[in-house]
Design a protein around this ligand. Structure first.
Ligand code: SAM
Length: 223
């Protein structure tokens, strides 16, 4: 199958203010949604974080799993610079346990397998075609016990009023990211359906911010 990739979005212009903007709008919810389910993850030896942004998630991950080895993939140069500063503040051992890779996940391959792959608000900026491909490739990147920690926006299982409200807010968020970062999406895909169609089973779920922010652990079905 031939896939033509669009240019990835470019978060460089908002990288320095990304944390502040996130805190203003979501308070602690955006970052807490990324750690909510870590107690349900079995001590991963290797973790792949994709689209990790400014790297705020890295020390939080080490808080839960001090001995893990992290590969952190990010396409924005400015985000990478901030993430490197974040890593430089870690204890020496954990600095050497962290590998930062500047690149586009659509075209990367990995020589090792991971016990945990984290997509922290990444899939909402990818096309449905790209998501399907990444979910298929992720199966080959995971160890046999491995799982994906998916964290993203979600508009299902809400009452009509809430759903309508958050659809508008999601549209405005996409408009903001279109203007600042060339994100081309206009509506949120149904990620859960895409995981099910790709052969994953949900293991544990948590929602916050009126259910709009959803974290879910998915494991590939054994074939
Ligand atoms: C919405 S931001 C989320 C940042 C961070 N994970 C957070 O939750 O604050 C999406 C991130 O994914 C990165 N990204 C987008 N497309 C990518 C791709 N194809 N490969 C790697 N990173 C990508 C962007 O540069 C951006 O930092």
């Amino acid at each position: 199958m031939l896939i033509t990739y669009r240019n990835p979005p470019n978060f460089d212009s908002i990288a320095r203010n990304y944390k502040l903007l996130g805190r203003l709008f979501f308070r602690q919810h955006l970052i807490q949604s990324q750690t909510d389910l870590l107690p349900f993850v079995f001590n991963p030896k290797t973790v792949l974080i994709v689209g990790g942004g400014n790297g705020e998630i890295i020390p939080l991950l080490f808080n839960s799993f001090p001995n893990t080895n992290i590969e952190f993939v990010e396409v924005s140069k400015s985000m990478i610079e901030i993430a490197k500063d974040e890593v430089a503040r870690l204890p020496t051992a954990q600095i050497s346990q962290t590998k930062i890779i500047e690149g586009n996940i659509n075209v990367l391959e990995f020589s090792k397998k991971f016990d945990l792959i984290i997509f922290p608000y990444l899939l909402d900026v990818l096309s449905t075609e790209e998501i399907k491909l990444i979910l298929a490739k992720s199966k080959t990147w995971l160890t046999t016990q491995g799982a994906i920690l998916h964290i993203d926006f979600h508009l299902n299982e809400m009452n009509r009023f809430k759903k309508g409200f958050f659809k508008v807010v999601t549209f405005l968020l996409y408009l903001f990211f279109y203007l600042t970062s060339q994100v081309k999406m206009q509506a949120l895909p149904n990620f859960h359906e895409l995981y099910l169609a790709a052969g994953y089973t949900p293991i544990q779920e948590k929602r916050r911010f009126s259910g709009w922010l959803r974290s879910c652990i998915y494991k590939p079905e054994i074939s």
